[in-house]
Design a protein around this ligand. Structure first.
Ligand SMILES: *[C@@H]1O[C@H](CO)[C@@H](O)[C@H](O)[C@H]1NC(C)=O
Ligand SMILES: *[C@@H]1O[C@H](CO)[C@@H](O)[C@H](O)[C@H]1NC(C)=O
Length: 260
């Protein structure tokens, strides 16, 4: 069902943009193109904005600029996002193959969940969310999470299965509240993720902490338990900085929101 909505939206957005591109390019034929598919935006170059976001040059931003909502929607629902995610998986698998896991089962890959292993895109594509151009609403987002219908992020399940078959253990480390443990577990199972060593969600005792503090603490606990974090995969820089980040980190694209 999630996938159907997703494909429907993808098709809808792709074709509506393809059509408006024709109009734009016929009016401005000789001018250089910018943004996704030649979309020009006033005041902000959305491709530069997205690059700044992905490189963590821009930090603490609260909203996708409204003038980039179409651009971000086009990126997320179109081919480029899928290709970018597949490229993350390819790079991570290349690296994973160079490491030989020890027989003690303590070599782990840490995966974030939202926008890393499970996609909230059907939610973010809604007209009351606009790919993050409308302010985050905790109540509404949690209602979506409680449905347990998030699809897998393209490419990352392939990575997850690849590292498992190479002999690594997997750990999920997510800022989702612990009360969602059951629904998250079934959502992960339904999208093809199995056999993880740990599913770490955010307990009430952690609620005051930033993502960097919380995730650093949980990774440090893993290391103290004897785990060696070989790879660490997340869509937020707060997944990939702080203490014990692991030998290699891999950033999955996410131009829709920023978590410190
Ligand atoms: C958030 O969403 C809930 C549920 O739809 C709604 O009742 C509430 O007014 C929203 N809050 C804001 C600040 O928009
Ligand atoms: C990971 O990093 C640690 C600490 O720097 C190092 O001792 C270990 O050899 C590294 N492991 C791999 C697989 O690169």
């Amino acid at each position: 069902m999630g996938l159907q909505i997703f494909l429907f939206l993808a098709t809808l957005l792709f074709f509506s943009h393809a059509q408006s591109d024709v109009v734009v390019s016929s009016i401005l034929q000789l001018r250089p193109r910018s943004g996704a598919g030649g979309h020009r935006v006033h005041g902000v170059n959305c491709l530069s904005w997205r690059l700044a976001v992905e490189t963590n040059n821009l930090q603490g931003w609260k909203l996708v600029p409204m003038s980039c909502e179409t651009y971000v929607g086009n990126y997320m629902l179109g081919m480029q996002y899928r290709l970018d995610c597949e490229a993350v998986a390819d790079a991570a698998i290349e690296y994973a193959k160079t490491v030989k896991p020890a027989a003690d089962g303590k070599d782990v890959w840490v995966f974030d969940i939202d926008e890393t292993t499970l996609s909230n895109l059907p939610y973010y594509a809604r007209s009351d969310v606009l790919f993050g151009a409308i302010a985050y609403n905790d109540t509404r987002f949690n209602e979506w999470v409680a449905e347990g219908k998030a699809p897998a992020v393209p490419g990352i399940r392939r990575l997850y299965l690849a590292v498992q078959s190479l002999g690594f253990a997997t750990v999920f480390l997510s800022g989702t509240a612990e009360k969602f443990t059951d629904i998250r577990t079934s959502n992960l199972h339904e999208t093809g993720y199995y056999n993880w060593k740990k599913l770490i969600l955010k307990g009430d005792d952690q609620q005051g902490k930033t993502a960097v503090q919380y995730k650093s603490q949980k990774r440090t606990e893993l290391v103290n338990e004897g785990y060696r974090i070989v790879g660490n995969v997340g869509d937020q820089w707060s997944d990939l900085i702080g203490a014990n980040v692991g030998n290699r980190t891999f950033k999955v694209p996410d131009p829709m929101y920023y978590i410190a």
